[in-house]
Design a protein around this ligand. Structure first.
Ligand code: SF4
Length: 279
């Protein structure tokens, strides 16, 4: 059995940067807190906690404390609140997410209604809409376009959550263009996501089965899995090697392996090792 590992499997630039920044800060300063998970991967969060960084659910008195802002970014009100409470802020927001914040603010300042293509409940999307003075419209799928609201808009700017599926975003934009007279579209899907999605369009067709590794909380892993499953029904989404079933591998000559942007290299290697023992 041949195991084909995707070139883009694992950490993206933004996740690597956030982890390095966290670990470097942990060596220099204490106490440090992170509001929620720094990246969407349980193993990574555990490693970060081992370095002495504490995870908190809400902000408390911040004097003498450092607060790490996660890779997906944060909304402005949380940042302001943290500063007012006395926290020293270390911002691990991915520069590509920061760029989306900037574009959204510019759109709003030039009088455009901001439309975000993304998942309403995702931290990144919350952070993007939380940069704005007004209320943004969030659309996850073309079936959920709020037509009545959209038809009233004369001028809009559209941005996309960095890990969205390109085809989904383009389909939504195509419909919006017919409804909004002046529409400015910025494709803000990040480069690492584009590369991963490009690879996953070929791998499921060239392998008997696909194993996709990543946390169930990871939006980009979910997207990779969905694309893979649509091309090869023998696609399996796992978070750890123990989840692999021997029967998945039956009559398979080739296994494609890929992983989301917040999956550590060690987990990928463990999965490969496990496949080899099961074949
Ligand atoms: S997936 Fe893209 S936007 Fe998100 S952290 Fe990675 S590089 Fe940054």
């Amino acid at each position: 059995m041949k195991i084909n590992l995707a070139k883009s499997a694992g950490f993206c630039f933004g996740v690597k940067r956030a982890i390095n920044l966290s670990l470097a800060t942990a060596k220099l300063k204490k106490p440090i807190y992170m509001l929620g998970d720094i990246v969407h991967n349980e193993n990574v969060v555990r490693e970060i906690e081992k370095s002495g960084i504490k995870k908190i659910k809400r902000l408390g008195a911040g004097c003498g404390k450092t607060l790490l802002i996660r890779a997906h970014g944060s909304n402005l009100s949380t940042l302001r609140k943290a500063k007012a409470l006395g926290y020293d802020i270390i911002d691990a927001t991915c520069p590509m997410v920061k760029e989306i914040h900037k574009i959204a603010k510019n759109m709003e300042n030039s009088g455009k209604r901001v439309i975000v293509i993304g998942d309403k409940m995702h931290d990144e999307v919350r952070g993007i809409v939380g940069q704005l003075k007004g209320k943004a419209i969030i659309i996850d799928r073309y079936e959920n376009i709020p037509y009545e609201k959209i038809k009233k808009i004369k001028k809009a700017g559209v941005i996309v959550q960095s890990t969205q599926r390109l085809e989904n975003a383009l389909k939504i934009v195509e419909i919006l263009r017919k409804l909004i007279p002046a529409l400015d579209f910025h494709n803000t899907i990040c480069q690492p996501t584009r590369i991963k999605q490009g690879e996953i369009k070929a791998m499921p067709l060239n392998n008997d089965l696909m194993i996709i590794i990543g946390s169930k909380a990871s939006a980009n892993t979910k997207r990779i899995y969905e694309i893979s499953k649509s091309l090869n029904f023998r696609s399996y989404w796992i978070n750890s090697p123990g989840e692999i079933k021997k029967r998945w591998l039956s009559k398979a000559n080739t296994v494609g392996v890929t992983a989301g942007a917040s999956t550590p290299k060690a987990t990928i290697q463990e999965v490969i090792k496990k496949i080899k023992t099961l074949k």
